[in-house]
Design a protein around this ligand. Structure first.
Ligand SMILES: NC(=O)c1ccc[n+]([C@@H]2O[C@H](COP(=O)([O-])OP(=O)(O)OC[C@H]3O[C@@H](n4cnc5c(N)ncnc54)[C@H](OP(=O)(O)O)[C@@H]3O)[C@@H](O)[C@H]2O)c1
Length: 336
């Protein structure tokens, strides 16, 4: 089958697109014909060797997928051939990835695709949607009427956090690097968008929200605890989920006197059951128009290396080149 893969970690150029043996399912797995996948920052960390799971060789890149079941293992009960499915959490913890014509998937990571939703949209929302759900509801326990600040309202995770917070009746404050991105945030329901290149983020947060925000979601790889603790309300919760090597300063006194918490998590550690709850809400909110996929561009599988370059430029170099997700469409010789 055709796949995007690497044999040795390195720069984006280590990704090859070519033929590798098709995966073979066992009694407890299903074979999925992959139609759309999306790129996440973690794909680039695995590729450059920063994550240290043992990898299959060749290692097919990618976590997210949407497609159609073409074969079902003998012991698999609840899934049938022809069913449209989506999911995430592949390519992680030593599992094989998804940027290929086919992937063998353990059904614990499969979710039914609603008829009305496209494979591109489902793939785009997979990992980032599950991440946002875990952080908002499993960790920060966001409640209706609360105020949340999330950095980067058009970012992969940020756009999901923004929309899910609105879906449950929270007030959302976010940032954008351009007026065009700010307008997108407003369309997604943001109550206040701070143009962080033109306005002082701390001044706006402290002057316009003097009572403090209940949840401060930091998406940057250098979490700003000084700002987070100042901007939070008493008993505020700060979500931290990026920046493995970061060693930021931490204002201990104000933090504990205010009774704040810092909540960290990595989506790949969440159980299949918890991730399924997230997937069910994602399906529901996407069907009801409350959670819209933010796709910056759709590329062919052949451009997998270029997709990694773009993602790194956006997430690591902060170039602002993306306004949403990079989706790759996988064509099949049969035309499916
Ligand atoms: N722990 C987990 O489970 C988990 C899961 C998913 C992702 N992550 C991590 O979360 C991070 C974000 O992922 P992502 O997929 O959302 O990345 P992304 O799509 O590249 O988004 C990055 C965001 O950061 C914003 N940004 C960059 N520089 C900024 C600055 N100086 N001030 C304010 N905003 C700034 C960008 O906004 P503008 O374009 O407006 O500048 C953009 O919205 C990554 O490090 C990723 O590895 C962790």
């Amino acid at each position: 089958m055709k796949a995007a893969y690497f044999r040795n970690t390195g720069g984006p150029e280590c990704i090859e697109v070519g033929q590798i043996p098709s995966p073979v399912l066992d009694n407890n797995t299903v074979l999925v014909e992959i139609h759309a996948v999306s790129v996440n920052p973690i794909d680039t960390y695995i590729r450059n060797g920063a994550n240290f799971w043992p990898l299959p060789n060749p290692y097919v890149i990618g976590s997210d997928f949407a497609g159609r079941i073409v074969q079902v293992g003998a012991h698999v009960r609840d899934w049938r051939v022809g069913q449209r499915v989506w999911g995430s959490n592949q390519g992680l913890m030593g599992r094989q990835g998804t940027f290929a014509e086919q992937a063998v998937i353990d059904p614990v990571w499969l979710y039914a695709s609603p008829d009305s939703l496209s494979d591109q949209d489902l793939a785009a929302n997979a990992l980032v949607g599950i991440t946002a759900h875990l952080g908002l509801f499993d960790r920060a326990r966001l409640k209706p009427g609360e105020t949340i600040f999330v950095r980067g309202g058009t970012g992969g995770v940020g756009a999901m956090v923004l929309q899910m917070a609105k879906a449950v009746g929270a007030k959302v404050v976010t940032t954008a690097g351009s007026e065009e991105k700010a307008e997108r945030c407003r369309q997604l329901g943001a109550d206040r968008v701070i143009l962080y290149r033109e306005e002082s983020l701390s001044e706006v947060l402290l002057s316009e929200f003097p009572q403090g925000v209940d949840v401060f979601w930091e998406t940057l790889r250098e979490p700003d605890f000084d700002l987070g603790v100042r901007a939070m309300a008493p008993n505020g919760r700060m979500v931290v989920m990026a920046g493995r090597d970061a060693r930021p300063e931490f204002p201990v006194g104000p933090f504990y006197v205010k009774g704040c918490s810092v909540l960290g998590f990595a989506m790949f550690n969440a159980s299949p059951e918890v991730q399924r709850q997230a997937a069910e809400d994602i399906n529901h909110w996407m069907q009801t128009g409350k959670l819209r996929a933010q796709i910056d561009r759709i590329l062919p599988l052949d451009q997998a290396a270029q997709a990694h370059r773009l993602q790194e430029s956006n997430t690591i170099s902060k170039s602002g080149v993306l306004q949403g997700k990079i989706v790759l469409q996988i064509e099949h010789p049969t035309g499916t």
